[in-house]
Design a binder for this molecule. Structure first.
Ligand SMILES: [Zn+2]
Ligand SMILES: [Zn+2]
Length: 121
């Protein structure tokens, strides 16, 4: 038995996305606590990433990028539209795959240098 079983309250809790209005379970299929909408991947700035604890900002956090730690699973990077603070969170198995892929390939679609340089190496 695991000692990290979520409480019965969390198991049935839901939240409503500030961007697309989707109401979704707080726990993802793997039992982890969500901090962003599985459909549009938006989030709310309710945790202070720098100092820890609750943030009083409450701004909308939009997904801006994917980070991949060495040997680890994808992490989703959010930026707050109000205060510009960045946050990092785990990707859930039922997060919108299309939005995730769009974020992942965006840098390749718009490189800051000409890609044909690779042809001369
Ligand atoms: Zn949403
Ligand atoms: Zn903020």
């Amino acid at each position: 038995m695991s000692t990290t079983e979520p409480s019965p309250v969390l198991r049935t809790a839901t939240f409503t996305c500030v961007r697309c209005g989707l109401t979704t379970a707080v726990l993802d299929p793997g039992g982890a606590r969500r901090d962003h909408c599985p459909s549009c991947l938006s989030s709310r700035h309710v945790v202070d990433q720098v100092e820890g604890g609750p943030a009083d900002c409450g701004g909308r956090m939009v997904p801006i990028s994917i980070a991949v730690p060495r040997g680890g699973a994808w992490r989703l990077i959010h930026r707050c539209t109000l205060c510009d603070e960045l946050s990092e969170s785990a990707v859930s198995t039922d997060d919108n795959h299309l939005v995730l892929m769009r974020l992942a390939v965006r840098p390749l679609a718009e490189p800051p240098f000409p890609l044909d340089l690779f042809g001369e190496v």
